[in-house]
Unconditional design. Structure first.
Lengths: 325, 335
């Protein structure tokens, strides 16, 4: 047994040389598919047999357009910056990104060229205790979020902060966004393009609850236009608005369609603020809110029919109707 | 396995089994496709029998040992290369696992399915990625049988070589009606620079097709759902229910055929086509697209019909906030 320490130390001594030789190839990030695991190690190449431990490291080893997959359930770090196409797929595992003490926001930042697509699937964003954001999207391109939970903590600002500076698309399906914002600000999903940015947003079968605002769409920092569709979704028990769209004179026009969805038990069910804001509502339920429907500063709130607006403190009213076709 | 059975049987039965095994081996000299249930795992080995205790390493290895109508299940997550032509009834179920299939050059599609008429291939809980070099598809179907895809995730059909890129490329040939059912599936980021779609339905020759898409999202692709009758004459029925087509560069849903070619009927119900180049488009004679209880919003053009295509409303759709809303060509009553 006595020879073992010697052999191990000899092996270890040779390791740095091997690592040094291997590093240039690995740094090219050519792996089409990398893996992370609870037992992973960020000095490895993220193959299935030798997985890595964090998304940040795995991403550095993943080719543009490649995929990062979770082998098992784990907390796999945060503070990743995704600047090229990648898929992170951990469906079926409890793969949590946790806000780290002393770490600045966000947990994942997506900053893409217009041609690229990031897909996040089956992830748990756990912002507790200190992270400010789950995802922050800047730049352009496409972000697709599927079957993901974005859960805020005591420091949470926004779950998904979508602030593109170019043409950008966001698609969220089958996801849960909860407990975001504090002291009257912050939202589960906040869409606020920056100068030069436009936004196409589709939410499908997504639940936004227990936040300051549910879905907040804000055109006041941009001019390029925002289209949002909320379908088959639920906005519940948010302190302020379930859905609010607001812009200011000379800034981005906003069109929101809420279809076959429910905005219930919020401060406001749905609110349209500003003269370039049009929110259409079809086949949806607005109930149990402080105020069901509200508009201000020329915002349009149009019914396409089939809506139940009942049992709100003040039901409010649509500003107009549109015929179905 | 058969040896065990023979030992437990009386001599007369053993003779029958023995003869049967001999016949079977003679008929399938390469491999014995006898498993009713095969298993694959990240630690598997294709030299094994694909049992739960000694699983195989990938779909191709397991398929070679699985009987017609049998099932392949994933024990754990892994990179399970498929690269096999499926020509008989089969279920592949990897629900709960991230069983990813990355294609690479030299292979036609991640899943290449050619079920004969009467056979059914079921893919469930499949993850397909980096699809289709030569074939340009994650899932390519060219047989006349039935294919059912459930709770799967198909992305990145963006090949570098062929310029094609399809999540599901459904091109049945032969006679009869080939069937495709896609449920609770996410398809994203499909399409090359010039061609490609989340799902393309394009029968060949005299083949006909019936297609149902339910609870499915297609986004961020070149086209969402493309139905093309120009290569066939047999006709297509496509039903799209409770599904979303979002932020595709060209059409959310398009149906097109040419004179003398397959008639197409599409029903879009309880669905949304939003933020695409076109929401829904009907092109060509013999194309009828019906839309019920659906939302067409935020598209460059919401509705368009050209070349004699019919686009019919049930008077219960929201068509708003498109660059150009467009219009239905007619209406039908809900009953």
């Amino acid at each position: 047994m006595r020879w073992k320490p010697l052999a191990v130390s000899a092996l270890l001594a040779s390791m740095p040389l091997l690592v040094a030789m291997a590093a240039p190839a690995a740094a090219q990030a050519t792996n089409p598919h990398t893996w992370v695991a609870s037992y992973g190690n960020d000095t490895l190449d993220c193959a299935y047999a030798v997985p890595c431990a964090t998304i940040t490291y795995a991403f550095s080893r993943t080719a543009r357009g490649g995929e990062i997959t979770c082998i098992d359930s784990l907390d796999f770090g945060a503070e990743a910056v995704l600047n090229r196409s990648v898929t992170i797929n951990c469906l079926g595992k409890t793969a949590s990104l946790r806000g780290r003490v002393g770490a600045p926001p966000p947990m994942i930042r997506i900053h893409l060229p217009a041609t690229d697509t990031v897909i996040l699937r089956g992830l748990n964003f756990e912002e507790f205790p200190v992270a400010w954001f789950g995802m922050v999207f800047t730049g352009a391109g496409t972000l697709i979020v599927d079957r993901t939970a974005v859960i805020g903590g005591s420091s949470s600002r926004n779950g998904i902060l979508f602030t593109p500076s170019g043409p950008a698309k966001l698609v969220v399906t089958d996801s849960i966004v909860a407990r975001h914002g504090q002291d009257g600000t912050g939202a589960g999903i906040r869409v606020m393009p920056q100068p030069g940015g436009t936004a196409q947003v589709t939410l499908e079968r997504t639940k936004v609850s227990g936040s300051q605002f549910g879905v907040a769409v804000d055109g006041s920092n941009s001019t390029g236009g925002i289209n949002v569709t909320i379908k088959d979704s639920v906005l519940a028990s948010n302190v302020n608005d379930g859905v609010v769209a607001t812009t200011s004179a000379g800034h981005a026009p906003i069109g929101v369609l809420v279809s076959n969805s429910a905005s219930t038990n919020n401060g406001y069910g749905i609110r349209a603020i500003g003269s370039n804001v049009t929110v259409r509502v079809a086949d949806s339920d607005i109930a149990g809110n402080g105020t069901g429907l509200a508009t201000a500063s020329g915002g349009a709130l149009l019914s396409s029919g089939g809506n139940a607006v009942r049992a709100n403190g003040v039901n409010g009213g649509f500003t107009g109707t549109e015929a179905l076709q | 396995m058969s040896g065990t059975i023979i030992m437990k049987c009386n001599p007369a039965t053993a003779w029958v089994f023995g003869a049967f095994v001999l016949f079977f081996v003679a008929a399938n000299p390469a491999t014995a496709q006898t498993n009713t249930h095969s298993w694959i795992a990240s630690y598997g080995n294709n030299a094994s029998d694909c049992s739960r205790a000694t699983p195989c390493a990938d779909f191709a290895g397991a398929y070679d040992k699985t009987a017609r109508g049998g099932e392949i299940t994933c024990i754990d997550s892994g990179n399970f290369f498929p690269h096999t032509l499926v020509t008989r009834s089969l279920t592949i179920d990897c629900s709960g696992m991230v069983a990813t299939n990355s294609s690479d050059p030299g292979h036609y599609a991640n899943f290449y399915l050619r079920p004969p008429a009467g056979d059914t291939v079921i893919l469930r809980g499949i993850t397909a990625k980096f699809c289709g070099y030569e074939g340009g598809a994650c899932i390519l179907v060219d047989g006349p049988g039935t294919v059912i895809i459930d709770r799967s995730f198909i992305s990145g059909a963006r090949p570098s070589a062929s310029g094609l890129g399809f999540g599901i490329r459904f091109e049945p040939s032969g006679s009869g009606v080939a069937k495709l059912v896609v449920t609770d599936t996410v398809i994203a980021d499909a399409g090359g620079a010039s061609a490609g779609a989340g799902i393309r339905i394009r029968p060949q020759g005299s083949a006909a097709a019936s297609v149902t898409v339910e609870g499915t999202t297609i986004s961020g692709s070149l086209f969402g759902l493309a139905v093309d009758g120009s290569n066939s004459t047999g006709g297509m029925n496509v039903s799209v229910k409770n599904s979303a087509f979002a932020s595709n560069i060209n059409d959310g849903i398009v149906a097109t055929t040419s004179a003398g070619h397959a008639p197409i009927g599409v029903l879009v119900s309880g669905s949304a086509s939003t933020n695409n180049g076109y929401g829904i488009r009907a092109i060509g004679p013999n194309v009828t697209v019906r839309v019920s209880d659906s939302d067409i919003a935020g598209n460059g053009t919401g509705l368009a019909a050209t070349g004699g295509g019919a686009l019919l409303s049930f008077h219960n759709n929201v068509v708003r906030a498109n660059g150009t809303n467009g219009a239905f060509t007619g209406a039908e009553a809900v009953q």
